[in-house]
Ligand binder design. Structure first.
Ligand SMILES: CC(C)(COP(=O)(O)OP(=O)(O)OC[C@H]1O[C@@H](n2cnc3c(N)ncnc32)[C@H](O)[C@@H]1OP(=O)(O)O)[C@@H](O)C(=O)NCCC(=O)NCCS
Length: 186
């Protein structure tokens, strides 16, 4: 499916759109922070890695096959610049399983922007992409993400114990999910 006709997504306070090359510094401002990378099981991104991520987002792949990704920059309508990102990943095209993810610059946390962006992205997943089940995987210590999933109305489906290794720390994850008719749409 060609995604371009359905973008950008707009909400009361936000616009979600593909990244452009001008957004590299804005992405690096949050993806380069240790506290943002902490629960992503990878080091903070370098500026060069942000350039590559921006280029992938700007290229806007189709939504047809397992592994296809839609990465959207989150921007506020009242101020310029990118404050974070939201991601949809096609986990199974056949079973219509979609993974959702998010990251915000800490300066913009605590105001409901991630909830607003994720709600809009869930609307796209269910309303346009035909997703049957939307899920998120998060470190059990990632309390802001746990709260976000619960605010969205997702159900805690699994607690995976020490299923990943972050340096020398074993990581445990929750899987949260919602079916098409369950996720909050407002
Ligand atoms: C996960 C992450 C996006 C959550 O950010 P967040 O700011 O907590 O989420 P929101 O933007 O939705 O804001 C919600 C908070 O703002 C408050 N809030 C204030 N105004 C609000 C409004 N108008 N609407 C909704 N919530 C509002 C909420 O009460 C909530 O605070 P609480 O959790 O203390 O109750 C952020 O912590 C982050 O980027 N983490 C690093 C990256 C990461 O770990 N990603 C996930 C990997 S799985």
């Amino acid at each position: 499916m060609d995604l371009a006709p359905f973008l950008p997504l707009t909400t009361a306070r936000l616009t979600l759109r593909p990244f452009t090359p001008k957004d590299v510094d804005d992405m690096y401002a949050y993806q380069g922070l240790p506290e943002v990378a902490r629960y992503l099981y990878r080091p903070p991104r370098t500026r060069e890695q942000c350039e590559a991520a921006v280029a992938r987002s700007a290229a806007l792949s189709d939504w047809t096959a397992d592994g296809d990704e839609l990465v959207l920059a989150v921007t506020r309508t009242d101020t310029p610049g990118v404050i974070g990102e939201t991601v949809l990943k096609c986990a199974s095209a056949h079973a219509r399983q979609t993974e959702i993810g998010w990251a915000l610059h800490p300066a913009h946390a605590g105001r409901g922007y991630a909830t607003e962006a994720a709600t809009a992205l869930g609307g796209l997943a269910f309303g346009v992409l035909g997703t049957h089940r939307l899920f998120a995987r998060l470190d059990v210590e990632n309390t802001p993400s746990v709260r976000l999933c619960e605010r969205l109305g997702m159900r805690r489906e699994a607690h995976l114990v020490e299923n990943d290794l972050d340096g020398t720390r074993w990581g445990s994850e929750y899987v949260y999910a919602a079916l098409a008719h369950e996720l909050r749409q407002d």
